[in-house]
Design a protein around this ligand. Structure first.
Ligand code: DWN
Length: 393
């Protein structure tokens, strides 16, 4: 794969490295650059960070923390049960079990390399392999449990560096008529929304349907249906079958690929243009923060997301701009944001009358958050977002 760089997001930390200390010594930083592969149109980081630095026993993100996601996983589970009547399901990247817990009356198995998360799901009776997904692990699970009717993986395949091995191993563990469902942020939406914060250490790839279709060419997988989702800032849910599997291939795939091509997903110039938009976004966000700060207003951050780490570090927004972040995730509270060292506190302590503005780190949950924060809005509090362009809401 020959990548050509189109975006430089500067020095960045490990996004999961929520710090216990405000002034850490030797914090690991690297240059976050994004590139494009001419042959497959695959967009990926120029340099991958060793997985063990990111996915370990201190993993902070809990997939169950948002009502939107809990609801989305429940709805999907109900639909899958109704439509495919699976007898077994494997989830790669099972996090805290928010999806798999809906399948406790069939064989449900998780794969989760972060030991603190695997411990949670093993405890609630979901057999979880705390290992990185690869060919050896697929064979181990086949030997111990067997083949699967459904393999589901949300926000995980985009994190696996050896894509070919990951997809090959999925095809290996599927029954003849089994299906694989991948859910990951959409490159089309990233380009449209200038949501450059989809790029960070964990997101080795941001997929288009066009590139996925090219990558699986030599693997026994074929896309048979695609759904567009609003979750995580715009994602695709892509359904794969084995090449001789009995599912019918929908014509919506060609339609989606045409839409992607119309936006120039398969042309390098599109990415150069995106890069210019990102630089403008940085300039405009910084201006907005400066204008607000000049008026002596208090700004906090809402949702210490991994995504926001890219924005804060790229735009050099630190404690001089954002007093603190609030976040519902217990193991982020009491810590500091990676790279920019902004304190993170419990929303109960931080969302009070002294707050004038809240920067939406979790802009992907804007609806849920704005519904929840009626009191803040009613008393004149305002939200700031950088997506699709920096502005006050
Ligand atoms: O792919 C990934 C996604 C799915 O999750 C991972 N690599 C890491 C993580 O990325 P993220 O941190 O950008 O994800 P979220 O789901 O956008 O994070 C939302 C954060 O905001 C959580 O820490 C919870 C917090 N939150 C909150 O404090 N109050 C969220 C809501 C909705 C709220 O009301």
């Amino acid at each position: 794969m020959e990548k050509i760089e189109f975006l430089d997001l500067g020095q960045q930390p490990i996004t999961n490295n929520f710090l216990s200390n405000e002034a850490p010594q030797n914090e690991f930083l690297y240059n976050l650059r994004v590139g494009y592969d001419q042959a497959t149109s695959l967009v990926s980081l120029m340099e991958f960070i060793p997985p063990i630095k990111m996915f370990n026993e201190n993993y902070a993100h809990r997939a169950s923390q948002s009502q939107t996601m809990r609801k989305a996983y429940k709805e999907l589970s109900d639909n899958l049960k109704k439509k495919f009547k699976p007898k077994s399901i494997l989830e790669i990247g099972s996090n805290d079990g928010v999806f798999l817990e809906n399948f406790n009356n069939i064989i449900n198995v998780g794969v989760e390399p972060c030991k603190n998360l695997a411990k949670i799901t093993n405890k609630i009776g979901i057999k979880t392999y705390s290992e990185f997904w690869n060919y050896n692990l697929s064979n181990k699970i086949i030997n111990e449990i067997g083949l699967f009717d459904i393999v589901y993986s949300a926000n995980t395949v985009s994190h696996i560096h050896d894509l070919e091995d990951a997809l090959y191993s999925i095809s290996n563990i599927l029954n003849k008529n089994g299906i694989f469902i991948l859910e990951d942020p959409s490159l089309l939406e990233t380009l449209k929304k200038v949501s450059y914060d989809q790029f960070y250490d964990e997101h080795a790839y941001v997929f288009s349907i066009y590139s996925l279709n090219k990558i699986i060419k030599d693997i026994d997988l074929e896309i048979f249906y695609v759904e567009k989702l609003n979750t995580h800032g715009g994602s695709n849910r892509v359904y794969f079958k084995k090449k001789f599997g009995n599912q019918k291939v929908s014509n919506n795939i060609d339609r989606m690929i045409s839409e992607e091509k119309e936006l120039g997903i398969n042309k390098f110039e599109t990415y150069l243009d995106f890069s210019k938009k990102v630089q403008n976004s940085k300039k405009n966000l910084k201006n907005l923060f400066n204008i607000i700060k000049d008026k002596n207003k208090k700004i906090i951050g809402y949702g210490a997301t991994y995504k926001s780490s890219t924005v804060l570090n790229y735009c050099k927004i630190d404690k001089n701009y954002i007093e603190y972040f609030i976040d519902t995730t217990p193991n982020k509270q009491g810590k500091f944001t990676p790279g920019t060292h902004i304190p993170i506190i419990d929303p109960k302590d931080g969302m009070n009358e002294t707050v004038d503005f809240a920067f939406l780190g979790a802009w992907n949950f804007r609806k849920e958050i704005m519904n929840k924060e009626i009191k803040f809005i009613d008393r004149g509090g305002k939200f700031i977002t950088h997506v699709p362009n920096p502005r006050i809401l």
